[in-house]
Design a protein around this ligand. Structure first.
Ligand code: IMP
Length: 199
């Protein structure tokens, strides 16, 4: 089965290629089908609604089964912000957003820096418009600075997963995917993808 990965974020694309590598799916990028400039908005207040909206739009535009996710970082000291608005928090670059987050947390005690990434992955069927969902989280905390490691993307440079003393950026892609919100969401969808591939 062909599966369109509906993201223009190269970090997410790399992670999907790694996580889905073991399945007999042909992963198709937006560029492969000439849809690289089709930006779908995220108008809803929940991850699931945004993920489904994007997956349906990409399935309709391509005629292929399409996968899209919506994800965010929820920080306890900020009452769950930036959450579903993580992509629109602070300035235009990952670094701007990380600096803003660290600034907001500057006066917070250790215990208040706990946080989690959430991800909802949606896969849409191009004929029926039906959507299947996978949900994943990973617990951790926001560190005290931007870590120097260059792996990952987004808030990886400030997020320290539970059980580790380094940020996500310092972990290999395989290790990050084995515990990340996106990896967990995808693993919960694997039986659904296997079924789709055989129908
Ligand atoms: P969206 O899911 O494309 O709306 O992205 C939400 C925001 O969360 C973006 O700013 C991403 O960079 C960030 N984000 C999503 N997943 C991750 C991740 O695995 N690591 C770091 N940041 C992430």
């Amino acid at each position: 089965m062909d599966l369109l990965i509906g993201t223009s974020n190269p970090g997410k694309m790399r992670e999907y290629a790694e996580i889905l590598g073991e399945l007999s799916l042909r992963l198709i990028s937006l560029r492969d089908v000439g849809l690289q400039s089709l930006e779908i908005d995220e108008p809803y207040a929940t991850y699931a609604e945004n993920a489904a909206h994007k997956a349906r739009a990409y399935a309709q535009a391509s005629g292929l089964h399409a996968l899209a996710d919506d994800s965010g970082l929820e920080v306890d000291a900020l009452d769950g912000r930036p959450g579903v608005y993580s992509a629109r928090y602070g300035g235009p670059t990952d670094r701007d957003r990380n600096i803003k987050l660290l600034g907001e947390l500057a006066a917070m005690p250790d215990a208040a820096r706990t946080a989690r990434f959430l991800c909802v992955v949606a896969v849409a069927d191009p004929q029926m418009g039906a959507v299947e969902y996978g949900h994943g989280t990973v617990e951790g905390a926001v560190g005290y600075g931007i870590c120097e490691a260059t792996g990952g993307f987004g808030y990886d440079a400030v997020f320290i997963p539970e059980g580790f003393d380094v940020c996500f950026s310092a972990l290999s892609p395989g290790v990050k995917n084995s515990l990340s919100h996106r990896g967990n969401a995808m693993r919960s969808l694997i039986p659904v993808l296997r079924r789709m591939a055989h129908t």
